[in-house]
Write a protein that binds this ligand. Structure first.
Ligand SMILES: [Zn+2]
Length: 312
């Protein structure tokens, strides 16, 4: 029924050589320049089947990249899920039990439940909190253009606009609406904090171009904060396109379906039907309503689609 399986240009590699870190947490590596400067965290594999971040992180480690100033931490988050990858079911290894990108609230982290993801988040909690700036690297199930995702704090917009690429931004004034992502853990989720914390969605899972973009964005992010030299001057780019998240629709019914085939970035006129969730119509709340990350396979209790509108 769907177009998958896709071609796998990038496959998992054995990460056991990266397991032993140097901060007392598996798969976390930290390099202190010994000079003043920000502490930047580059995090991969928050979702286990999003290999582009793994490529960028192993690239930093394999090349022995060290920060000129401040501190660089490189982490692989959900290696347990990553290690379950099965090319026959390539989307299953996104997570084992919990979505590791929705459980970074105190309620979850200090709560009574247990799962591989909760254990990992609890292990990584201090690593995330210790960073000034965080780049959390992801990819998408559909072949759409790369984009940033971040809470609508001035600091996040300023940094990502200055970095320039990707040119598309999904800005979240009210957060995600379906849980607390890693980039909103603790102080990073508050207006008064200084730290930039953003997701970059680098393109479609398993594609070489996605991994290449992850490496480039990682370099640009570290260069922006002075940890690495800036790349060659870039040719002029078209202006940024920013979308404001209006609503995260969480699937309620096993009978969820889109009104037409979608992959993301389709636009709908005010009142136009986007999808039906059981008996409930999901209609565009405004003109130029732009949808992002439509679920490939809708699952009750998980995100079905994100509704946004272009920002002036
Ligand atoms: Zn992801």
């Amino acid at each position: 029924m769907s177009s998958s399986p896709q071609r796998f240009e990038v496959l998992p590699r054995d990460l056991s050589a990266y397991r032993r870190g140097n901060v007392g947490v598996d798969h976390v590596h930290r390099f202190d320049s010994g000079r003043p400067g920000p502490h930047v965290l580059v995090n991969a594999l928050t979702h286990g089947n999003e290999f582009c971040g793994m490529v960028a992180a192993t690239d930093l480690l394999d090349r022995g990249v060290r920060p000129a100033i401040g501190t660089l931490t490189v982490s692989f988050a959900n290696v347990a899920a990553y290690e379950t990858f099965d090319p026959e079911r390539p989307f299953e290894s996104r997570m084992l039990v919990h979505n590791l990108n929705r459980i970074w609230s105190e309620a979850w982290l200090d709560g009574p439940e247990d799962s591989p993801e909760l254990r990992r988040a609890r292990e990584m909690r201090e690593v995330v909190a210790a960073a000034d700036h965080i780049l959390d690297i992801h990819s998408t199930s559909q072949p759409v253009q790369p984009f940033w995702v971040y809470p609508a704090f001035e600091r996040n917009g300023a940094a990502t606009l200055a970095i320039g690429s990707p040119q598309v931004h999904l800005v979240m004034p009210q957060g995600l609406g379906s849980g607390t992502p890693l980039i909103q853990h603790g102080a990073h989720g508050t207006a008064g904090h200084h730290g930039v914390a953003v997701v970059v969605e680098c393109g479609q899972h398993f594609q070489q171009a996605t991994a290449d973009l992850a490496k480039a964005v990682t370099h640009d992010f570290l260069a922006h904060f002075g940890l690495l030299p800036r790349a060659e001057p870039q040719p002029p780019r078209p202006p940024a396109r920013r979308f404001q998240l209006l609503q995260t629709w969480v699937v309620k019914s096993p009978d969820f379906r889109f009104a037409r085939p979608v992959i993301g970035f389709e636009t709908f006129a005010a009142g136009e039907l986007i999808a039906t969730d059981g008996d409930e119509p999901i209609v565009a709340p405004c003109d130029d309503c732009t949808i992002l990350m439509p679920a490939r396979t809708p699952v009750v209790g998980r995100e079905g689609v994100y509704l946004s509108r272009p920002m002036a």
